[in-house]
Design a protein around this ligand. Structure first.
Ligand code: GLY
Length: 558
């Protein structure tokens, strides 16, 4: 597809009589689907900038990866404008409906009702992705919203071929999708998995995208789409009202910033925990010479730094519009030094000495990330989600929109675990109109010579994946290497290091175990990192997609 697109650009150039590539520009895009990367280049070729490309890629992924993100979900877009250094984070995270309350997922005995915050209409929060696309196009784009949405509308109408990966993820949620006839009608064939390489067309979703293209925000948050959403949700036992949709607003927030070994880090601010946990863990690690440590010690220190940063996540982080987050303290280097004083280089610290209870951890393949940079250094890192694969599995009749199940990212009961095994406290309790805490970590890195843009899906493990990639950047490697780094993860509770098979040697497993670490192999390789890089002096671009997924990265001229 990308080859075809490049051939097309070449043909246009030849037939228009324009000198080939005179006045041309270069950009790098890495996304989780080849057609989404192509959508980005399509709008760049129409005269769009990286922000228009971000709108196009986001909308295309909503069509192509309904299990990862979509109009029924939300996300974070980190934007950098090179000419004046302006940086912002678009917070398009979903919000709890106005009728939500802190005990809404508990039974009369005060216990969590299993699955109620994961499957079906009650699990769905008010979507932010459509409002974010409108905002980015209006405030930062050069093209109209309709121009940037056009590839996604075409993909929804003409369809795309279902890959092995798509079907593998669909299988995980097929049973729940089958409960909802409007979902099963789109994603299943006679209640069963569709054939490999069959074509998925989504005409209702195309119409919803067209309404958004024509009427902007009103095309989704009021009018026919809003009526359909609210009616369907209420009929299915959900609590959305039209007032919820009308009230939804995206926010621009100051990204969080840190420095690790001279590398400037710009990352996601609350309502995501991503940037704070990442920088806090790096601040702890900055007290050690990781480059000259033996591998066992290095991995132990990383796990211990993550344990402490995730502990603070559970205590302090939530929606900054509702609670006071001690951001300055959490990002303070002296504070990190204090945390280091409890860290032994030869021994694991049991999390139970810190607080909480230990239960097992569940896993998920969800969310999506893309990275874009042009040769000037303008850039976007965006991580988008519907939470669990195929979100709540509930499609609102007539919209083609699969709703998220981000309500599960709130703490339903302080001290209890959510679907990612994360625990939390009152900071992340449910409240009307509140954004639930996220782990999404779209990130920019910059040292003297390079700019990096990266991120990945993977629930709570997102943060450790970005941290490991950042340490690889610090070791002088490029994006091909960052996306392939073998992964391991600690999140304070459960007190266990989860690891990909290739992350530890047999000797390291023995060594970590004798230090007191619990170890659990991941059931499969996880994450789907998408990364791009600019070498500042030469303007050479590079891009890489995680081989664990089916994404496509491309450096192109337009
Ligand atoms: N829904 C996954 C996250 O926001 O971290």
């Amino acid at each position: 597809m990308l080859n075809k697109l490049c051939a097309l650009l070449l043909i246009i150039s030849v037939f228009s009589g324009a000198p080939l590539y005179a006045d041309s520009h270069k950009a790098a895009i890495a996304s989780a689907h080849p057609l989404a990367t192509a959508a980005g280049f399509e709008v760049l070729a129409k005269g769009g900038n990286v922000y228009d490309a971000a709108v196009a890629v986001s909308a295309a992924l909503a069509v192509l990866e309904p299990f990862g993100s979509g109009l029924g979900g939300g996300g974070y877009w980190l934007l950098h404008r090179q000419k004046d250094g302006f940086e912002t984070m678009i917070d398009g995270r979903e919000k709890a409906p106005l009728a939500a309350h802190k005990d809404m997922f508990l039974n009369k005995n005060g216990q969590v009702i299993p699955k109620l915050s994961i499957d079906g209409a009650l699990a769905a929060a008010i979507p932010g992705l459509p409002a974010a696309l409108v905002h980015i196009a209006e405030q930062y784009g050069q093209l109209t919203l309709a121009e940037s949405l056009s590839p996604a509308i075409r993909y929804a109408k003409t369809g795309f071929s279902l890959s092995e990966r798509y079907l593998k993820i669909l299988k995980v949620r097929a049973e729940v999708l089958n409960v909802y006839p409007d979902s099963a009608a789109i994603f299943l064939t006679g209640g069963k998995l569709p054939e490999l390489y069959s074509i998925l067309r989504q005409p209702d979703l195309a119409q919803t995208l067209e309404r958004l293209a024509e009427s902007g925000r009103d095309g989704f948050y009021s009018g026919a789409t809003a009526d359909n959403l609210v009616n369907a949700v209420q009929k299915a036992g959900g609590i959305w009202t039209k007032a919820d949709l009308e009230a939804y607003q995206v926010l621009e927030r100051e990204p969080v910033k840190g420095v690790y070994q001279g590398i400037k880090i710009t990352s996601a601010a609350p309502s995501s925990s991503g940037g704070i946990v990442l920088i806090e863990a790096l601040n702890i690690l900055s007290g050690y010479d990781l480059q000259h440590s033996d591998e066992l010690t290095r991995k132990h220190l990383i796990a211990e730094a993550l344990r402490r940063a995730f502990h603070d996540r559970s205590l302090y982080l939530g929606d900054a519009d509702f609670i006071d987050i001690p951001v300055k303290r959490l990002l303070n280097e002296e504070y990190a030094a204090g945390l280091r004083s409890s860290l032994r280089v030869d021994k694991a610290m049991p999390s139970e000495l810190m607080s909480g209870e230990i239960k097992s951890q569940s896993e998920g393949t969800n969310t999506t990330h893309f990275s874009i940079i042009d040769e000037e250094g303008n850039r976007v890192a965006a991580t988008l989600s519907v939470n669990f694969p195929f979100g709540s599995a509930f499609v609102a009749k007539g919209t083609g929109v699969l709703l998220n199940d981000e309500m599960d990212d709130f703490v339903s009961l302080p001290g209890a675990m959510n679907g990612y095994g994360l625990i939390g406290g009152y900071a992340n309790a449910i409240a009307p109109g509140k954004r639930m805490l996220s782990s999404m970590t779209p990130t920019f890195l910059e040292d003297e010579n390079h700019v990096g843009v990266l991120g990945t899906p993977g629930g709570s493990r997102i943060i450790s994946m970005v941290l490991l990639a950042l340490l690889d950047f610090a070791n002088g490697h490029g994006p091909e290497s960052w996306v392939q780094v073998p992964r391991f993860h600690h999140q304070f509770m459960p007190d266990v290091i989860e690891y990909e098979q290739s992350a530890f040697s047999a000797a390291e497993l023995t060594g970590l175990s004798s230090m007191g670490h619990q170890l659990k192999p991941a059931r499969y390789a996880y994450g789907d990192m998408q990364a791009v890089q600019l070498i500042k002096a030469t303007k050479v671009l590079a891009a890489a997609s995680d081989k664990r997924g089916e994404g496509k990265s491309f450096v192109g001229q337009y």
